[in-house]
Design a protein around this ligand. Structure first.
Ligand code: MN
Length: 228
């Protein structure tokens, strides 16, 4: 096939004992930890978690430098457990998600231009420019489920320059992974290669140039990103 210009290369993540994982789309869950929902001014009892997206091109590989993005003075990292799917579909039953659909897990950062997000929220406008900017989805290599097991609990933590900012447990997620994949597949058809950033615990705060971010989820490779 000839194109008008060369098509963009496929974005991949390394995966332990596997060929690289081709990333198709990135879905994110908003306000999926009660403590973070409260710090964002939501009521976790009444406001349900929701979905938004970033493009696959927003992936930044582990151990990279993230150039400080334009149009913000309040860049904030959110540590998140990432679920990688190797099977898609519509109306996926929750009880089939763990073994049939989940390829593995990674640690990601949902980088956020918080000042733009607050302004968009206040005006009822879309979040894309606050959430889906260049390099806004740093992510580790994927640990296949065969090695990681089904992750339903475990410590999730974010350190900046060695100091703990966010600390929680993935067991505190409101929408658990099986229900999350099932619910998302009711909204859109899912495909192999889709990633889901599953939400963040409380403690979000700005980073500045030169900061070193270390994001961890128990049992998975740590994510280390420097702000450039
Ligand atoms: Mn997030």
């Amino acid at each position: 096939m000839n194109y008008a210009f060369p098509p963009a290369p496929v974005v991949t993540l390394d995966a332990m004992s596997s060929n690289p994982f081709p990333v198709r789309r990135i879905f994110c869950v908003g306000q999926n930890y009660p403590d973070h929902a409260r710090e964002m001014g939501a009521d976790p009892g009444a406001d349900e978690p929701f979905f938004f997206m970033k493009s696959a091109g927003a992936i930044l590989q582990n151990n990279a430098v993230l150039p400080y993005p334009p149009h913000t003075e309040d860049l904030q990292p959110e540590v998140e457990l990432v679920v990688a799917l190797h099977k898609g579909g519509r109306n996926i039953p929750a009880e089939r998600v763990d073994y049939d659909y989940v390829f593995g897990y990674a640690v990601g950062l949902d980088m956020t231009r918080r000042d733009l997000q607050r302004a968009a929220r206040a005006k009822g406008r879309p979040w894309d420019m606050a959430k889906a900017f260049d390099h806004s989805a740093p992510c580790t290599a994927i640990t296949p489920e065969f090695y990681a097991g089904n992750i339903s609990r475990g410590k999730i933590e974010l350190k900046v320059n060695g100091e703990i900012r966010q600390s929680g447990d993935v067991g505190d997620m409101i929408l658990k992974i099986p229900q999350m994949v099932s619910t998302l597949s009711n909204w859109v058809e899912l495909f192999p290669g889709d990633l889901i950033f599953t939400g963040t615990p409380a403690g979000v705060a700005p980073v500045v140039r030169g900061d070193v971010i270390e994001a961890t989820v128990a049992g998975l490779e740590p994510l280390i990103i420097t702000i450039g």
